[in-house]
Ligand binder design. Structure first.
Ligand code: MG
Length: 371
């Protein structure tokens, strides 16, 4: 499959709720989209999950723009062929920048699947069993606000509630939620906010029948994770710490965790995700699909990835309308009343592209022709 051109765009998509960053409160999410085309005019689309600021990992929208346009595309142009194999060889030459790499790899895979006339989930080896969905609830103004948000999400059908926690916003809120909802599938995510000497707090959380405690310590604090998993009954789930199958193999060997929140962008795309999913399934690690507030194209790729996973833990996949005024895919992604999404059967990512909306919200665009 020879790619003849690549388009890189930056769009500003309107969020439903405002978002507070270090510089401003904004209603927009700036996202990099990648479109690859072949000689027959077939297209494949990818979306970069990097946010506007490097708070989740070291990548951000602007770093992805420069990596793809100024490093990756000139190097791809210099290759004899511009196909998926050449892309993978090239991606291995550069360190880091996994979210940017994933956006390009996603577009290549979408095009490959469309060319074969099959759904991407099928192309990747998954099944079309419905995928159970859960949601994440951020740090709120009050415990009452959290309880109301949970009522809303349960009414919308979501099957697992994840509470974001941090020192000072943990035991009290978890206790209140458990008192009100004794039987829901509940977990917490600390995004690395705790230090090794906070183990006491985690030990208290251990009593609330949580599905898992996600990323309690900094991404590189593997020792604290190991000590915590040794004394906690609740499985630790890693997120930010795991960037590759090699990381995952080490985490399993060192007994750091019993679950993994797998994010397609964080590990660099579908190829690496498949290696990690296989490893987790062989080693009995609960691997589930996470998300980073992606728009529709990114979310469709997450859905294709989730189709290769066991369905034990609900994925972090939700309806388009939960985040966006209007989404960049047609039809928009919806969740059934009982909280499932079924992988679509149309070729590639299985959704049409909302060209009108993307045209309207494009901030800049760069085209790389290979012929
Ligand atoms: Mg997380």
């Amino acid at each position: 499959m020879q790619v003849t051109s690549v388009d890189v765009r930056e769009i500003a998509l309107t969020r439903k709720a405002s978002f507070v960053s270090s510089r401003a409160t904004t209603h927009e999410r700036r996202i990099i989209l990648v479109t690859v085309r072949d000689a027959n005019g077939l297209e494949g689309w990818g979306e970069c999950s990097a946010p506007e600021e490097p708070r989740y990992n070291e990548e951000w929208t602007t770093s992805a723009w420069y990596f793809i346009n100024d490093v990756l595309m000139p190097s791809l142009l210099a290759r004899e062929h511009q196909d998926t194999r050449a892309l993978h060889e090239l991606l291995a030459c550069f360190r880091g920048n996994r979210m940017a790499k994933a956006a390009v790899e996603e577009a290549f895979y979408d095009l490959e699947a469309r060319k074969h006339g099959v759904a991407l989930w099928e192309f990747l080896g998954g099944t079309d069993d419905p995928i159970p969905c859960g949601v994440s609830i951020g740090i709120a103004q009050s415990i009452d606000a959290v309880l109301s948000a949970i009522v809303r999400e349960l009414e919308a059908g979501y099957r697992r509630i994840k509470l974001k926690i941090q020192p000072g916003w943990d035991v009290e809120v978890v206790e209140a939620v458990r008192l009100r909802f004794p039987h829901i599938a509940l977990m917490v995510d600390a995004n690395g906010a705790y230090a090794a000497d906070d183990l006491n707090t985690l030990t208290v959380l251990d009593q609330y029948d949580l599905l898992m405690i996600e990323q309690p310590f900094a991404p590189d604090d593997w020792l604290a994770n190991q000590q915590a998993q040794e004394c906690l009954r609740t499985p630790i789930c890693l997120d930010e710490s795991i960037l590759s199958a090699v990381d995952m193999a080490a985490a399993i060997e060192l007994r750091l965790c019993r679950a993994l929140n797998l994010k397609l962008g964080r590990v660099g795309g579908h190829d690496e995700s498949r290696r990690i999913i296989r490893l987790c399934s062989l080693q009995d690690v609960a691997c589930w699909c996470g998300g980073l507030h992606e728009a529709g194209i990114g979310r469709a790729h997450n859905l294709a990835m989730a189709a290769s996973m066991a369905r034990d833990v609900p994925a972090e996949l939700s309806a388009s309308g939960r985040y966006w005024e209007e989404d960049i895919i047609v039809p928009e992604m919806t969740v059934t009343r009982d909280g499932y999404i079924r992988p679509p059967n149309a070729p590639g990512i299985g959704f049409e592209i909302n060209y009108d909306l993307i045209g309207k919200c494009t901030l800049r665009r760069s085209t790389h022709d290979f012929v």
